[in-house]
Design a protein around this ligand. Sequence first.
Ligand code: DX5
Ligand code: ZN
Length: 210
Amino acid sequence: MKVAVSYLKSDNKKKCIEKIDASIADFIHVDLCDGKYVEAKNFTIGEITKLLKNAHKPLDVHLMVKEPLKYIDDLALLNINTVTIHLDGCKEPKETIDYIKSIGLKVGIAVNPDEEIDILKSYLPLIDEVLIMSVVPGKGGQKFMPEVLQKFAELNILKNDFHFFTAVDGGINEETINYLKDLQVDMVVSGSYITDSEDYNENIKKLKAV
Ligand code: DX5
Ligand code: ZN
């Protein structure tokens, strides 16, 4: 199991990013909230570039924003692996996906707890990742919603025909990770469970072991 660590809920973001960067995490998960798609606003492009330009680990960017295209060119200066978007945040989802791919980045689509897998079916030939949200997007430290995992029955059948990897984001800790056993999940995103702990690696190890 790969692990991306989110610094969303940390008070000292710079220090937290340095600790994630020095840990055994696979990716730094960058949660960007614009105050429009979700209530919280937690970045300007200038701040985010400054904060992440020296990170060594690849970035897993989660855009909880309206009109993600506005941010892509600036973000592309960073060391990004995947950019994940919410379809209901885009006026032109196909154009957005095509553009992100055209500059050499992988694309993910996030599926909110109240959304069905149907919404992304027509995009599956184009994308690299499906991110199943196990909390309502917008803040860290929320309770895991096990009912969203039903979506893996359909997703795993679709994996036979399309090439994408799957991830789960929100409320992941050493207990809730056990819900993912046998679901063929490729990656989890974990925030507060890791960043509220003293020893990041100890907790990351517990998630990776599943
Ligand atoms: C929720 C974010 C998640 C969140 C994870 O809006 O997309 O990535 O930061 O944090 P925890 O693990 O604390 O739920
Ligand atoms: Zn996220």
